[in-house]
Design a protein around this ligand. Sequence first.
Ligand code: HSE
Length: 428
Amino acid sequence: MVRKVGVAILGLGVVGGGTYQTIVDHHDFYLKTQQIDLTVEMVLDKSEERLNALGIPKDRWAGSIEEVLANPCVDIVVETIGGVGAAKAFVLAALRDGKTVVTSNKELICKYSHELERVAKRTGCGLYYEASCVGGVPIIRTLLDGVQANHVQKMMGIVNGTTNYILTKMTYEGADYAETLKEAQRLGYAEFDPTNDVEGFDSMYKLSILSSMAFHTKVPYTNIFREGISKICTQDIAYGKEFGYTLKLLAIGKNTEKGIEVRVHPTFIPSSHPLASVNDAFNAVYLTGDAVDDIMLYGRGAGALPTASAVVSDVIYAATHSEVKYSTFKNTEKAEAGVKFVSDFSSAYYLRLSVQDAAGVLAKISNIFGKNGISIVQISQKNGAEGDERVPLLVITHKTSESAVKNAVAKINATQLATVDAVIRVEA
Ligand code: HSE
């Protein structure tokens, strides 16, 4: 029997517009495959220009959230506004009113899922957020259902398309960071203020959500080590290639005996690693479970239709399931008592130094590494530019602690013989 399901979309930007289009274009398909008569009953957006451009009939335009919630034909509310201002207030209002919510808002879910889920449970509503992480790639559903049989031990993701586009250009075209960023802004990948993407905040929010689900415990974003790509030099990407590495901005989560380790930073990975071939604005998540071993999900992490694919799939799930599945962990603001986080994590490192090209300098620098318990795998001196007193010295270390590297860098910088100009973590 066909059921009528009404949707309201809050925010008709790129994702909201894509969601509207997807629902309208696929109406007959969902009728046939899902036995639902899925329609957009109301939309809420301040821009009349946008509503007209999407061809949304005027009788579907709402003037306020109250008008949306008062409409008895609205069963599911889709939030595609973004941010944690109006979006949070509207989502809470919808849940309190007994409406299931589907959202694409990573910051909202990362920071407030505990609060939203509490209300959803009280009113028996669904709260779905597949589109909050990695756009069209169904990673949330995979974590919630597909790999539930496993202890997920490790997760490495390229979860931000803007930075992956920039790093790909720097890698394959040798362009520098500033000019590539400008190109990314011109093409609409990077925003006018690119901080959220390039400094790793977007990846950090996503990692908080994904690792909470993977490790069945709240992983607050405040526990995540974060470093962006804005200080990356194209020269280091080229030097890394000589060692067989490719540079990616990775979101890394590990569940180890010492505790949970979560970090976002530019990372050299072996060029033979499947993530190394994820290029341009594409995203991927590579995860390891104790039963399934390695899995990789790959696809478009942003864009109107790929993200709408995730939103509308959630809408269909909500429309066709009466039971709601909430988080598999105690969804509190902070991690539960007893959960440990590793802050002084271990990694291999690539370091680029500028050193005086003179007898005894290398011995002194090696001595500093040795005294800090850092074992060197490879060392390579490069030619400097004509007339330079200093030359680049590249060092690859064995696995060592972040604190040991910080100490060694401070000691080297204090010698007057060398400076450390780049530190990049290396992951196998
Ligand atoms: N700004 C994000 C990216 C897309 O560049 O991947 C939305 O999460």
